[in-house]
Each structure stands twice: as structure tokens, then as C-alpha cells.
Ligand binder design. Structure first.
Ligand SMILES: Cc1ncc(COP(=O)(O)O)c(C=O)c1O
Length: 429
């Protein structure tokens, strides 16, 4: 059955044919490929076409698809049962591994998604401070909880929705949205400031020098809690995440993606003192049937144990070299490009040749580049050459540890040809 036939069939029984909107290709047009299998840096669709994959489950797969390390851990674990509703050693081992690696983090509670992690961290922050107001940044995405969708990037941005229908005014009444990279002046009713320490849902926007330090100081001034949403950056940019990379220690961390090795997971961490407010110790309730799921715990632990600080450093260098070559190739092909790097993450901004943008420092600047509307054509030109980028201009590129130097060189050549094709088509029309 073809991609088109699977997608038509999916649309009959799954809303829009997808279980998460960005997968629908709505913002780039066309029919999504339906994945049959993945291996390392590659995915294969139902028509037998293979793609060099820079989506990597939006950052959940650090080692690439179907890594032996993950397969072995899941296989060994599932034979003993997949969920019990009782404590298991696996969750202790993963919690210890995270506590060991992230400076300042003393405890972590596991959940089943990044959305749940952030939602729970915010509830804990409100419960611990006895305050209601949340401050979030324009273009940062923190999952699909009611209070946090407002002015979110990622899929919300791609669909052009400000927040979502079905969210009552009351749910967002205590959410304040401010521009990224500007330290807001807080009032003393603020419970928490929630931030992606490297913003990776409005394409890639790096924190300006002093931004995170400024947030820390302003939170301390008014007694608000600082929450780092490291669902993307955690264990992707390095073993200690942004706290280790910047020296700025938040009060609460949110994790997901990499810590589950590609299985459903989330986690929120902080100090013992803050967690004394969380049930069963304290008055803030949070729980979950599948929380701390043994399969996710085993897969996540295996992934974390398979890489060390040196591996991340080497990977960061490789990603940097690739990013610079990619940017140059797109420019050589006649489009404007900017490929910012933050650790192992790469942004990918493309616009018509002759544009005079610079690297965005906030959502408005990122949106201006997306509005120039070169990304959809570039995306499809790359896809035709067997390179799968994210189907939307607000995502980042995920280079897994399985991407070889040859893979990256191939992507650079494809980008040069794709840019040439897109710019020639544009000037012909
Ligand atoms: C920074 C950030 N926070 C939270 C989430 C939500 O995680 P999930 O999709 O696992 O619910 C995402 C998802 O992409 C994310 O990028």
C-alpha cells in the first residue's frame, strides 16, 4: 500500500490522519510518508523509500533508530513484565543516573510525556509558592496543557493558532507571555518563570549572554521559581543539560524525549525541599498509572549510560562542522540561509536569495523568516533527494549519534542542489 493509501485510511479513523498535528504536513503541503521501520540515521516508508532522517522523533532518539543498546534493554525488561503499579529498581536506577549528571538536581518524579512533566512542575511551583501567575516566553512550547499553549511555538505556530480552541479564558488568565531573550520585571505574585533555556520550538533561538542569569536573579528577587524546560535539551546537548552548560541552576527541571530512549516518558526534577510539597509527602497531587514505566526506564538508562561527556563534545564538533557546511551549501545554491548551533542542536532558517535577515533572537524574528515562505519548497526538494527534515519551519534538526560523516556530507550536497532548484523555480515564476 502506498503512502497516499495509508494516509487516506488513517484519515478515516484518526483525526487528520495523525496523532500529533505536525506530522500531517499541513504547513509544508503534500502527503506524509508513513514509516515502516527505522535503522540508525535512516527511516524507510511503506513504499520502500529510505530517508536520511533529521527528525529522529523530534529528539527522542539520541542514538538513532532501533539501536542495539535500546533493543537489548527493552527486550531484557519486557520479558519480566511491562508495568506493575509498584516501585521497580529501574526507576531508581534512572533517577540516580539523572541526579548524578545534572548539577543541583536532587530528586526526580517520572511521568509519561513532556507535557505531563511541565504541567506537573508548574502545579508544584504554584503549590510550593502559594502563588498563581506563570510567566512564559513567546514562541516557547511546553506541551499541550491548557495554561501553556498560549503563544506556543512548534505545531501551534505551524497551524497559525494563537493557543487552542477549547481552552477557557480562566485557564490562561494567570499565564503571562513575554518576549524571549528579554528579562521581564516580575511582580511578587509570580509563582514561576518557565523557559526553554535554548529555545527549540520556534526553530532554534539561542539565549543571549546574560538572559538566563538575569532570569535567575529576577526570580530570586521576588521569590519565584525558575523552571528550565529541558525536554529537548536534556541529555541531548550534554549529560548535565543547560544547567551544566551555563552554570545557571533552575529550581525545577522538565525532561522527556532522550530519558526514555524513544519510549513514552517525562520527568520533573528539583530539590528535596521543593519535592516535600509533592504527594505523598505534601499537598500537591500528581500521579500516573504508567509513570516510571519499566520499559522506558530501562531504555532511557541504557541510552544515558552509553554516552559520556567526551562523546557529546565530539558530537557537538561534528554537528558544528555539518551546520556550517550546510549553511554554505544552501547559500551557494542561491537561497538565504542561517544554521545556528547550540550544542548538538541546529536551527535551519531558509529564505529567498537576497534576503537580509539575521539570526533570530526571538519569535517575531523567527516568524518573519518563516513568512518569507521558502521552507516548504526546500523541505520537499530535500525529501525528493531522500533527506527528511521536519515538516515545518519552526522545528530544529536532530543529528543523532548514528549519523555518519558520509551521511552528513550527503545532506550537504542535497541541500546545495535543493536550494538551487528552489531558487531557480522561484526566479522562473
Ligand atoms: C520544550 C518542550 N517541552 C515540552 C514538550 C512536550 O513534550 P511531549 O510532546 O512529550 O508531551 C515538548 C515537545 O516537543 C518540548 O519540545
Amino acid at each position: 500500500m502506498s503512502n497516499a493509501a495509508w494516509f487516506a485510511r488513517a484519515q478515516e479513523v484518526i483525526p487528520g490522519g495523525v496523532n500529533s498535528p505536525v506530522r500531517s504536513f499541513r504547513s509544508v503541503g503534500g502527503t506524509p510518508y508513513t514509516v515502516l521501520r527505522g535503522s540508525g540515521a535512516y527511516v524507510e516508508d511503506v513504499e520502500g523509500t529510505t530517508y536520511l532522517d533529521f527528525v529522529q522523533s523530534y529528539g527522542a532518539s539520541l542514538l538513532g533508530h532501533a539501536s542495539d543498546i535500546v533493543i537489548e534493554a527493552v527486550d531484557r525488561t519486557v520479558r519480566n513484565g511491562s508495568t506493575f503499579g509498584a516501585p521497580t529498581p529501574g526507576e531508581v536506577l534512572l533517577a540516580e543516573a539523572i541526579v548524578e549528571r545534572v548539577p543541583g538536581l536532587e530528586q526526580i518524579r517520572f511521568v509519561s510525556s513532556g507535557t505531563e512533566a511541565v504541567m506537573s512542575a508548574v502545579r508544584l511551583a504554584r503549590g510550593a509558592t502559594g502563588r498563581s501567575t506563570i510567566v512564559k516566553f513567546d514562541g516557547c512550547y511546553h506541551g499541550h496543557a491548557d495554561a501553556l499553549l498560549v503563544a506556543g511555538g512548534s505545531g501551534v505556530a505551524q497551524l497559525g493558532l494563537k493557543g487552542s480552541a477549547g481552552v477557557p479564558d480562566g485557564a490562561v488568565a494567570d499565564t503571562m507571555v513575554v518576549p524571549y531573550n528579554v528579562v521581564p520585571t516580575l511582580s511578587d505574585d509570580v509563582a514561576c518563570v518557565l523557559v526553554e533555556p535554548i529555545a527549540a520550538n520556534m526553530n532554534l533561538v539561542k539565549p543571549r549572554e546574560g538572559f538566563l542569569e538575569g532570569l535567575r536573579a529576577e526570580c530570586d528577587r521576588v521569590g519565584a521559581l525558575l523552571i528550565f524546560d529541558e525536554v529537548i535539551t536534556g541529555f541531548r546537548i550534554g549529560p548535565g543539560g543547560c544547567a551544566a552548560a551555563t552554570g545557571v541552576t533552575p529550581d525545577l527541571w522538565c525532561f522527556g524525549k532522550v530519558i526514555g530512549g524513544g519510549l513514552p516518558v517525562g520527568g520533573f526534577g528539583g530539590s528535596r525541599e521543593i519535592f516535600s510539597h509533592l504527594a505523598p509527602l505534601g499537598e500537591v497531587y500528581q500521579g500516573g498509572t504508567l509513570s516510571g514505566n519499566p520499559l522506558a526506564m530501562a531504555a532511557g538508562l541504557a541510552v544515558l549510560n552509553s554516552v559520556d561527556a567526551q562523546d557529546y563534545a565530539t558530537h557537538t564538533n561534528r554537528v558544528g562542522t555539518f551546520g556550517r557546511a550546510l549553511c554554505q551549501a544552501i547559500r551557494d545554491g542561491g537561497l538565504w540561509a542561517c544554521v545556528p548551533q547550540a550544542g548538538t542542536l541546529l536551527g535551519l532558517y531558509v529564505a529567498p536569495g537576497g534576503s537580509s535577515f539575521s539570526a533570530p533572537s526571538n519569535y517575531a524574528e523567527s516568524k518573519a523568516i518563516a513568512a518569507a515562505d521558502a521552507y516548504p519548497a526546500f523541505f520537499h526538494a530535500m525529501l525528493r533527494r531522500g533527506i527528511a527534515l521536519a515538516p515545518g519551519a519552526y522545528e530544529v534538526m536532530f543529528v543523532s549519534f548514528a549519523h555518519s560523516d558520509d551521511d552528513l556530507a550527503r545532506a550537504v550536497e542535497a541541500a546545495r542542489d535543493s536550494a538551487r532548484e528552489v531558487s531557480e523555480t522561484r526566479s522562473a515564476s
